[in-house]
Ligand binder design. Structure first.
Ligand code: NAP
Ligand code: MG
Length: 401
């Protein structure tokens, strides 16, 4: 069989620990035999980040901007323990944070669903994608503790000399105070990324805030979304999809009653909390995909989970682990499909579809990694290790091609 050709390189970002092992297995078994992979390779493994003073992460993010599509393996975000384990020169920042700030992106997380794993919420029939605004609010807030009675004020001194001031609270005793912000520019980018992703994936977009209570702050989010929507309205009508705004508490109730199949755009904190709830309710972290989309249409695909350290330590002791490669495979298929769409290469998009179909066939035949075995219903699953699982996918992929 002739290998599928590519025209533009894909930005490949390698990573750490167990996912780095899976990464190589996926490439060797499921990609390289079928696709003449054209990649620009960046090793974001912790040793290389340390050696380059983290420049490699910045270079990789810039390459994503240049080529428009990247695929990333999970990476270690160093903490004190990693400093000693890897003898690091510095406690490097989270690569995902660095890439996110360079691409100015929004993160979309969606579960991979299969008929034999039923969501905890029994009426959910289709995946729910959470779009989380990844800038500002409580994540960039400042806080104070008032130790005695006194007055807390919110003050703004404009660069042109304007002045605004309002009393937050007159304290009769000790208390706590918090100041947070967001910017129109960041909210606008978030809105564009959401509307664009909705049209790309042909799904309805829901957006929720608490603008009845937060009449200036949250209201600004709603206003900007309404403004930006005007640019996408015609396209939404063409595709038969809708934009729907509601209060966060109403949204929660509706999401639970829904059949799924839409994108839920959330403010930073809501997205943090709701994405963990939604992913847990759908089954397994190992089945959660994640894509960073920038407002100018650059895409970075990855698995939502981390480097699966516990399995890696067992792997280092010579054990065959049953780590689930699904979300990492789907990061590759997502990136290859996007590359195919951007370059007009139908063979590449078809390959991405075939790869995902082979994964579903494998799980459909009851062949699964350990994490899924206990979740599956209506089949007697066979628990296999990662290598056997990938081999089973390859067998089915070869047949379908
Ligand atoms: P994790 O790697 O997601 O793993 C947490 C646990 O979830 C695992 O121990 C495993 O449970 C289960 N799990 C996750 N993915 C799995 C898979 N593919 N197959 C089977 N089980 C899976 O999170 P962590 O242990 O908190 O973090 C490890 C490292 O990853 C940290 O250094 C962190 O900085 C990094 N991290 C990176 C990213 C990223 O690059 N996007 C995201 C999160 C964390 P059992 O052990 O019970 O089997
Ligand atoms: Mg969280």
């Amino acid at each position: 069989m002739k290998k599928i050709q590519m025209t533009t390189p894909l930005v490949e970002m390698d990573g750490d620990e167990m996912t780095r092992i899976l990464w190589k297995m996926i490439k060797d078994e499921l990609l390289l035999p079928f696709v003449d992979l054209k990649v620009e390779y960046y090793d974001l493994g912790l040793p290389k980040r340390d050696e380059t003073g983290d420049q490699i992460t910045i270079d990789a993010a810039q390459a994503c901007k240049k080529y428009g599509v990247g695929v990333k393996c999970a990476t270690i975000t160093p903490n004190a323990q990693r400093m000693t384990e890897y003898k690091l020169h510095q406690m490097w920042k989270s690569p995902n944070g660095t890439i996110r700030s360079i691409l100015d992106g929004t993160v979309f997380r969606a579960p991979i669903t299969i008929p034999t794993i039923h969501p905890v919420v029994k009426n959910w029939e289709k995946p729910i994608t959470i779009a989380r605004h990844a800038y500002g609010d409580v994540y960039k807030s400042v806080e104070l503790r008032a130790e005695e009675p006194g007055t807390a004020k919110l003050v703004f001194d404009g660069a042109d000399g304007s002045h605004q001031e309002t009393v937050i609270q007159t304290f009769k005793g000790p208390g706590v105070i918090q100041g947070m912000h967001n910017t129109d520019a960041s909210i606008r980018s978030f809105a564009h990324a959401c509307f664009k992703y909705a049209t790309d994936t042909k799904q309805d977009l829901w957006f929720s805030t608490k603008d009845t209570i937060s009449k200036t702050y949250d209201a600004r989010f709603r206003e900007i979304f309404d403004e930006v929507f005007q640019e996408y309205k015609a396209r939404f009508e063409e595709l038969g999809i809708t934009y729907f705004y509601t209060l966060i508490d109403d949204a929660v109730a509706r999401v639970i009653r829904s059949k799924g199949g839409f994108i839920w755009a959330c403010k930073n904190y809501d997205g943090d909390v709701m994405s963990d709830m939604v992913s847990t309710a759908f089954g397994s972290l190992a089945m959660m995909t994640s894509v960073l989309v920038s407002p100018d249409g650059n895409y970075e695909y990855e698995a939502a989970h981390g480097t699966v350290t516990r399995h890696y330590y067992r792997y280092l002791q010579g054990e065959e682990t049953s780590t689930n490669p699904m979300a990492t495979i789907f990061a590759w298929s997502g990136a290859l499909r996007q590359r195919g769409l951007k370059d007009g290469l139908s063979a590449l998009t078809q390959f991405a579809d075939a790869l995902e179909a082979a994964c579903f066939d494998t799980l459909g035949d009851g062949i699964a990694t350990k994490d899924l075995v206990n979740l599956m219903e209506g089949v007697t699953p066979k628990s296999v290790n990662s290598a056997q699982f990938i081999a089973a996918i390859r067998e089915r992929l070869e047949k379908s091609l």
